[in-house]
Design a protein around this ligand. Structure first.
Ligand code: HEC
Length: 191
């Protein structure tokens, strides 16, 4: 019995001593500015509210064409048709070796999760955006500001969303969020 207690005491001493050793190491790591930078870089930025810019021209056929192109395509390499005016298929990026390389531009590929007019192999993780103008805009259930915010950062309206964050993460810029919005709220009925 006596030896058991002694053993326990020793073990406790050992573990608390090693724990404080590890703790000292971790404190050092937290104090390292490089480590802090790395942690911050990997953290997902907080949800952000946006106001649709006045420059967004939802009736501009060129904006609608760009939104459509980005909605239906994964990237500039996979996209078959030529990019519409104001959009490029390849962007120049500096590689790790410092050399500038041409890389396919990333598009939204929103059809992976959403159905919409003319979608091929659309996913159903997100709601169908077919007849969006008739069902949601004309009935005033939604407006362009809602659509813009949803695409820019869907977490404002739904903190548990499964949708991608597009503006806060810098995946797309304001003009591109405008283009997506213009496409979704546009009249897609054949005239
Ligand atoms: C990984 C799946 C996924 C992808 C990719 C995705 N979405 Fe979504 N989207 C969702 C889900 C899930 C919802 C419903 C939950 C919510 O509203 O946050 C949604 C909701 C929406 C809504 C709101 C519809 C409404 O009126 O309630 C719009 C608009 C929208 N998405 C547009 C887009 C656009 C544009 C893209 C491409 C840039 C895109 N989504 C990419 C999953 C996705």
């Amino acid at each position: 019995m006596h030896t058991k207690i002694k053993h326990l005491a020793l073990t406790t001493l050992f573990f608390s001593a090693s724990a404080s050793l590890f703790a000292a190491d971790l404190t050092k790591a937290y104090d390292m500015p490089e480590a802090t930078k790395m942690i911050e870089k990997d953290m997902f930025p907080a949800a952000k509210e946006y106001t649709m810019p006045k420059s967004c021209d939802l009736n501009d056929p060129k904006a609608i064409a760009r939104g459509k192109y980005m909605f239906h395509n994964l990237n500039g390499k996979k996209a078959k048709k030529p990019a519409p005016e104001g959009l490029v298929k390849f962007v120049e990026k500096k590689g790790k070796d410092g050399k500038v390389k041409k890389k396919p531009k990333q598009f939204g590929n929103c059809v992976a999760c959403h159905n919409i007019e003319g979608a091929r192999g659309a996913g159903n993780i997100g709601p169908s955006l077919e007849s969006y103008k008739e069902n949601f805009i004309d009935t005033k259930a939604r407006d362009a500001q809602f659509v813009y915010q949803k695409i820019a950062d869907p977490r404002i309206d739904n903190p548990n969303t499964h949708m991608t964050v597009n503006l806060t993460t810098g995946l797309f810029n304001e003009q591109e969020i405008c283009d997506y919005t213009a496409y979704i709220v546009s009249d897609k009925k054949k005239k």
